[in-house]
Design a protein around this ligand. Sequence first.
Ligand code: ATP
Ligand code: MG
Ligand code: MG
Ligand code: MG
Length: 562
Amino acid sequence: MKQSMTFIPTLREVPADADTKSHQLLLRAGFIRQNSSGVYSYLPLAKKVLQKIETIIREEMDNAGAVEMFMPALQQAELWQESGRWYSYGPELMRLNDRNDREFALGATHEEVITSLIRDEIKSYKRLPLALYQIQTKFRDEKRPRFGLLRGREFIMKDAYSFHSNFDSLDDVYQKMYNAYSAVFRRCGLNFRAVIADSGAMGGKDTHEFMVLSDIGEDTIAYSDSSDYAANIEMAPVTAEYEAKNEEPKSLEKVLTENQKTIEEVSSFLNTTQDNCIKSLVFKADDQYVLALVRGDFEINDIKLKNLLEASVVELASPAETKEILGCEIGSIGPVNVQKDLEIVADYSIKSIVNGVCGANEENYHFINVNPERDFKVSRFADLRFIQEGDASPDGNGLIKFAKGIEVGHVFKLGTRYSEAMNASFLDENGRSQSMIMGCYGIGVSRTLAAVAEQFNDENGLVWPANLAPYQVHVIPVNIKDEVQKELAEEIYQDLKLAGFEVLMDDRQERPGVKFADSDLIGIPVRITVGKKAAEGIVEMKVRQSGEIIEAEKSQVSQEIT
Ligand code: ATP
Ligand code: MG
Ligand code: MG
Ligand code: MG
């Protein structure tokens, strides 16, 4: 590709509103441009990288036995009403009406569409299991779109869904997907960990997130320094979000009134020891913060209606005391899953913090040892403590360390959450009707692009790993007006293309300094400079990553690259 013919609008200045490396560099190197908040155009270079990531994903998905398809982004409200998520998804779901005033959503994810599709077509266990995937634009009206492609409102996701007649089959495909995800992120060169995640609002059980380790990550993960153990501890500054929006969390009193509950009634539910689906919420009631343990099939907006009936309320230490104890504001204890609910200051999974209170899900799936005097003024619960760095890892191997992570992928055993709500059933071997068992598996494709950019850069720009680079070779004639240089550059360009390389040639009439700066910014792995020695058929080759420079005969060039 000749640079004069493509579109790479580079910028010298660091854009003011871009606060992460990847966001700055993708803008500066001419990969992306913002259209509106959280909405981007992918310019030609980004499109090429996306295609490479997508190719890797397709290969690994196909290898795992999933089949590609494509579903509508425009989804009728009825489907979301059937699953209940029309009511529980909150403002993140983009909604719109057609000319006849029928309600629609723009797909934030596709469980509803695929469940309705499969339930109408598959009736027998003989057709199961089935795994389908797509790569598609998703829409989520994120409260705080930021970091460029990392948290967009319109973004590209690979989402896969599997359907099963029994749990063994789900376990099998889940494992295959898990392995495929590991392969995808390994092939993208990312430094990542698979971590145990919180099943939260999805109502499922087994779930892992794939986290790219990065200081700008919005999740905190705890991992063992000497085993594979890693879990999302789901800390996120929530209070700050309210402050930023100038919103007041609703008081507990108001929540109770709305639910026609007294605090005594709510408090009377204690010591839930059996259920898996337990969440905790931190409410703000005047100056006090209240921890409510919530039991039941968890749907965020239904808390008000349903789950508070089964909540227990515990007074936490005052914000000041908490800050002293935990070193952070109380609002910063939980994850952000519940941003949608104004009355909820924070929400975090019992899985992440508690041992003993609820028997905590599965063994080794939680952080243990709660310390009431130290961490909370807890009136009822005996042992609450957040896991700390240096604690023994719950799997008994090594010590816990913390790291920040960017969630690039998520695999999830949904069970019958959607099939039950939407009547997706099949006839088993004995002719009995059963709900289909489901799994879902997502990769943030555009987020992965940004995560790679975040990890692979230096002070001069992006440094693409060879297999994801938009081009492998950047040919730069220093002076395009010099016929000898121009001809040699053209010859090398054509030869390399014939040899199967993807080549970008800077045929612009720009100063050498501009060309080199742009070239560093764009980050193509190998640069071939055609300059003074062109007459002798000699060029300079430079490796973007190491800075290593060699001179090469024109005939050796393609050999040197490989
Ligand atoms: P997050 O916790 O970052 O909000 P999520 O848990 O809501 O992500 P999922 O519903 O698990 O996201 O979607 C699957 C994948 O889609 C995520 O693992 C992530 O890589 C990607 N993704 C989710 N939201 C966004 C977004 N706003 N912009 C870009 N990618 C996203
Ligand atoms: Mg989200
Ligand atoms: Mg998440
Ligand atoms: Mg997720």
